[in-house]
Design a protein around this ligand. Sequence first.
Ligand code: VGL
Ligand code: ZN
Length: 207
Amino acid sequence: MPEHDNDLFLIIDVQNDFCAGGNLAVPDGDAVVPVINALGERFPHRVLTQDWHPAGHASFASSHAGRSPFELIEVAYGPQVLWPDHCVQGTDGAAFHPDLAVTGAEMIVRKGFREQIDSYSAFFENDQKTPTGLAGYLRERGFSRLYIAGLATDYCVAYSALDARRLGFQAIVIDDACRAIDLDGSLGAALRQFEEAGVELVTSHAV
Ligand code: VGL
Ligand code: ZN
């Protein structure tokens, strides 16, 4: 039960572009909304993340001549999947799903706003060095146990959960409150990494 003052519900990227009809729709992505809303009522403390790219972002295939979405390229910080244009700052695609309960959230972390660096994790950009500031926020407020849900299981949720462990937070991913993109086995890889890193995987009924 999320009954402790040190528990936080971290809701990752439940935005229109990751839901049905969006530019980077995650299969069945909308299904997380009612599960997250129901869970959210039981967590006094909630933080949301919002993927928030400038137009022409380096993670967009359209920014690279001759490249297509879902191709893998090498950039300064390592491999980078090229995505369709998505979550462009200020667009409807970047807005939270209209049915997501947002009002009571205590903070919104925006990420991916530097044109040259992608940012999956709620904690660090994909160079694994540039912080978002979330770790400091959580530590100052005394949160040590993070329940994590949202989109997509194998990208932003996974990177956030794994970074949380690296930073010394307890990380619990709520499986049925997430959906995956599953590109070239990325979901299986994420689940194996969860096990190695001590990220717990639970269903919402067990929370
Ligand atoms: C995400 C790909 C690109 C995510 C964000 O939220 O999982 N995936 N940008
Ligand atoms: Zn993105």
